[in-house]
Ligand binder design. Structure first.
Ligand code: NAD
Length: 494
């Protein structure tokens, strides 16, 4: 992306956010406005509505009405496909504006933001749009006296609650299959990353999505999110975020209408490097990117590095070398490799993990401090901690920041035991040239995705989801439709 375009977009004033309800912007009254601070400099960027329970209820009613009167789900599949494809084109046409707005709002480095946010969202919407007229039901194997049919029907109103890292990418992982299935949606973006999702919904209206099919309500999770979770008008909740909120959503479902709840939660993903890794330098470089890009605010970040003891010291030295060339700072500088931490609260939380490790006698190889404080922004030096023990909080709890815990291991058995020894099960990686070991590890690691001789990186063809306390259900791939399409049986006596 051209630097002069980035600079002109970064200087432009940001339109105040608004709810999108029933096909239009709904601004807040003065009393209901919240400041949006930019993590780049800690300064106010704009305002957005501090949504109320009534706002959430109005959005849910709008989605319910739109679903029940069939304005979207009963549109011929080719028509729905056309709208979603037009939407994807509009997202792509506005990619630069969306990417810079997103960076100013949440701090992701621009090179990654452009690819992982608008471009990825457009690709996701397109992927599901293309699938709309290829979804079929089943005729079952009955005897001659009967006919069994299995229809796939949209589940109804979807409540989607998403986090602040990659709001467009994760938002599109929910919106793409939900809208392609014919559902209506109430979307609740995170407090610190709402602006691009509001814009995304405006572009959907411009593309011809009927009013009420996609509503966005901004504000606090404990108010707006909670109201959506308890709504009797919402049939399914899809969520990406923390385990603590995931638990609340399940309780809300139990306390209201038993809506289905699909959770994509955190991780403490093990990245396991055996001494026979094909290329230790490549492994070190990829491992650095696998934890430090987006300042570690990646759900599948390889935050626990397990290194076979005989190469431990050599590998840590290689990590430090590669880290030295990863630039941390202004996310709108295209050469930046690790941008800002999303909020001051998150930054303080990251630092508390390091303080605790230091106090426990672990070695801070590099980093461990706030940097660039003079900018007013929320920046943290990428941090490598060695000597971490499997029971340490740093080896057990998700930091969601640029902090890498390094643990040595001796045998394959050891590696599996340490890797599986947390409550999480989102992602993992194995670096080895031994094909049999690679397959054994894929089978034995408790994770939704196991990378082999790489870290991160996948496409829409494969599902993403966790096991254990990393969640249930899957985003991405055609499997995502399972959350948004119900099975209905018809049984005929012939
Ligand atoms: P969070 O749970 O605090 O917030 C996520 C969303 O939930 C926000 O929109 C928030 O407003 C809303 N929310 C908060 N409290 C709520 C409540 N009581 N009721 C309803 N909604 C509520 O998480 P976060 O800090 O924004 O995001 C970081 C977390 O997300 C990390 O744990 C990370 O691992 C996880 N994450 C997971 C994936 C994945 O695919 N598994 C992807 C990205 C992030």
């Amino acid at each position: 992306m051209d630097l002069s375009l980035i600079n002109s977009l970064r200087a432009s004033p940001v339109t105040p956010g608004a709810h999108i309800i029933d096909g239009g912007r709904r601004a807040a009254s003065d009393a209901e406005v919240m400041q949006v601070l930019s993590p780049l400099d800690g300064q106010p960027l704009t305002t957005m509505p501090r949504g109320t329970r009534e706002d959430a209820d109005a959005a849910a009613l709008s989605a319910r009405t739109a679903f029940d009167d069939g304005r979207w789900r009963d549109m011929p599949p080719a028509g729905r496909k056309k709208v979603l494809l037009r939407w994807a084109d509009l997202i792509e046409a506005n990619a630069a504006e969306l990417a810079v707005l997103g960076v100013r709002n949440n701090g992701t480095e621009i090179a990654m933001a452009l690819k992982a946010e608008p471009m990825s969202a457009a690709g996701t919407i397109r992927y599901y749009a293309e699938a709309i007229d290829k979804l079929t039901g089943e005729i079952t194997a009955t005897g001659p006296a009967n006919l069994g049919l299995v229809h796939r029907e949209p589940v109804g109103v979807v409540g989607a609650i998403v986090p602040w890292n990659f709001p467009l990418m994760i938002g599109a992982w929910k919106l793409g299959p939900a809208l392609a299935a014919g559902c209506s949606v109430v979307l609740k973006p995170a407090e610190t990353a709402s602006l691009t999702l509001i814009r995304l919904a405006e572009l959907a209206l411009e593309a011809g999505l009927p009013a009420g099919v996609l509503n966005v309500v901004t504000g606090e999770g404990a108010v707006v999110g909670d109201a959506i979770a308890h709504s009797m008008l919402v049939d399914v909740l899809v969520f990406t975020g923390s385990g603590a909120t995931g638990r609340r959503l399940m309780q809300a479902a139990a306390a209201s209408n038993l809506k289905r709840v699909y959770l994509e939660l955190g991780g403490k993903s093990p990245n396991i490097v055996f001494a026979d890794a094909p290329d230790l330098d490549e492994a070190a470089k990829t491992s650095v990117n696998g934890i430090f890009r987006n300042a570690g605010q990646v759900c599948i970040a390889g935050s626990r590095l397990l290194v076979q003891r005989e190469i431990h010291d050599d590998f840590v030295a290689r990590l430090a070398d590669h880290l030295a060339s990863l630039k941390t700072g202004d996310p709108l500088d295209p050469s930046t490799g690790a941008g800002a931490v999303n909020s001051l609260r998150q930054l303080e939380q990251n630092l508390s993990f390091v303080d605790e490790a230091r106090a426990a006698g672990r070695t801070i190889v590099t980093g461990g401090t706030r940097i660039l404080e003079e900018t007013g922004g929320y920046y943290m030096a990428p941090t490598i901690v060695t000597g971490v023990q499997p029971q340490d909080r740093l080896a057990q709890a998700e930091v969601f920041g640029p902090v890498l815990a390094v643990l040595p291991f001796d045998t394959e058995e050891d590696a599996v035991r340490i890797a599986n020894g947390t409550d999480y099960g989102l992602a993992a990686a194995v670096w080895t040239t031994d094909l049999s070991r690679a397959h054994r590890m894929v089978r034995r690691l408790q994770a939704g995705i196991v990378h082999v001789n790489t870290y991160g990186g996948s496409d829409m063809t494969v599902p993403l989801g966790g096991v254990k306390q990393s969640g249930n259900g899957h985003d991405k791939s055609l499997h995502a439709f399972d959350k948004y399409l119900d099975l209905k049986t018809a049984w005929f006596k012939l």
